[in-house]
Ligand binder design. Structure first.
Ligand SMILES: NC(=O)C1=CN([C@@H]2O[C@H](COP(=O)(O)OP(=O)(O)OC[C@H]3O[C@@H](n4cnc5c(N)ncnc54)[C@H](O)[C@@H]3O)[C@@H](O)[C@H]2O)C=CC1
Ligand SMILES: O=C(O)C(=O)Cc1ccc(O)cc1
Length: 294
């Protein structure tokens, strides 16, 4: 399907995309660039990329598909640096966790070439980063959200849908703002809460001892607190308004639980726990809920 993938950001997401594309026979050659030359070198040693490029622009030269897989705050500078080689025939995508800021960055950076850009967010990932963790199966069975703009070329949008589908993903399209509102609730706030949970334990005097007692519930709840701090700093800042809305909603829910406990209101406490428990028990990743719990 493609001759040459230009990969900018040879980390977990970019590296996994390159491996998945090769495994699916969708690309012949991968030319990669990462900010640190040692990362690009490592990506070549691991067989994630075939050729090292000394700059983002040179990674794009000769490519018919480009993936920008850098921290969201680096998107605008990256797109600016490659603009001169972006053509209407070239499909350019990203994998950023936030979309309104990325779309605005693309408009500013790519200007008349913005039609080549299909903003994408694979709902796949891990709490570890770096090319060492790149995995050809990372995207299999996961959702990918596309947030095309009014200027996105229809042919590129169709091509992106087909590509992600061939990698085993379920593809959905939505507006960037709707994306950011939804993912503030189901991804950004949960990560923030996991970080905050760790903070609240660490601040206690006997934290080492308490942590040594914790079991699987704590492990499952806090797994994502091991995620990359700089990446999450960028995501939380990029989607600050929606994250703060969700944080306030969460605090209201927590306060309702606190009040019920304080007031010995067993009925309210049990009702709230039941609603949460039943909803979670029936929740399946990627499935729409048919019946709301009573
Ligand atoms: N880690 C996850 O679970 C998920 C991450 N994402 C998004 O994917 C993007 C990449 O994240 P990961 O692959 O996890 O991070 P990573 O840290 O594994 O990889 C990022 C790579 O980009 C390189 N880089 C940083 N700034 C650069 C620049 N200005 N120019 C060129 N290369 C640069 C880094 O050296 C690194 O190799 C982020 O935007 C993140 O929001 C999306 C879904 C899941
Ligand atoms: O580690 C996990 O389970 C995640 O939730 C990973 C993740 C992180 C950021 C995203 O934008 C999407 C997925």
């Amino acid at each position: 399907m493609f001759e040459q993938l230009g990969l900018i950001g040879c980390g977990l997401m970019g590296g996994s995309f390159a491996l998945a594309m090769k495994k699916a026979g969708l690309v012949k050659r991968v030319v990669g660039y990462s900010k640190s030359p040692s990362t690009t070198d490592r990506a070549r040693q691991l067989g994630v990329i075939d050729v090292e490029a000394p700059s983002a622009l040179l990674a794009v030269a000769g490519a018919d598909i480009v993936l920008v897989a850098v921290p969201v705050a680096a998107t605008e500078a990256t797109l600016k640096s490659i603009k001169h080689l972006v053509t209407p025939q070239m499909l350019v995508m990203d994998v950023g966790s936030t979309k309104a800021d990325v779309v605005q960055a693309a408009r500013r950076a790519l200007r008349d070439q913005v039609g080549s850009f299909v903003p994408a967010h694979p709902i796949a990932g891990r709490e570890v980063s770096g090319v060492e963790h790149a995995d050809p199966e990372l995207y299999a069975g996961r959702q990918v959200i596309l947030t095309p703009t009014e200027r996105t070329l229809a042919a590129h949008l169709r091509c992106a849908e087909e590509l992600w589908t061939r990698l085993g993903c379920r593809v959905t399209s939505m507006a960037p703002e709707a994306h950011d509102a939804a993912f503030a609730a189901v991804s950004h706030l949960p990560h923030l809460l996991a970080f905050a949970m760790m903070q609240s334990v660490i601040r206690q005097e006997n934290s080492d001892y308490i942590l040594s007692l914790a079991g699987t519930g704590f492990r499952d709840f806090t797994r994502i607190a091991a995620s990359d701090p700089k990446m999450w700093r960028d995501i939380l800042r990029a989607n600050r308004e929606e994250v703060l809305v969700q944080s306030r909603l969460f605090q209201e829910a927590l306060q309702a639980f606190e009040h019920a406990i304080q007031a010995d209101d067993d009925q309210s406490l049990e009702d709230m726990l039941t609603l949460a428990s039943e909803t979670r028990a029936h929740w399946r990743m990627g499935a729409l809920r048919k019946h709301k719990a009573a």
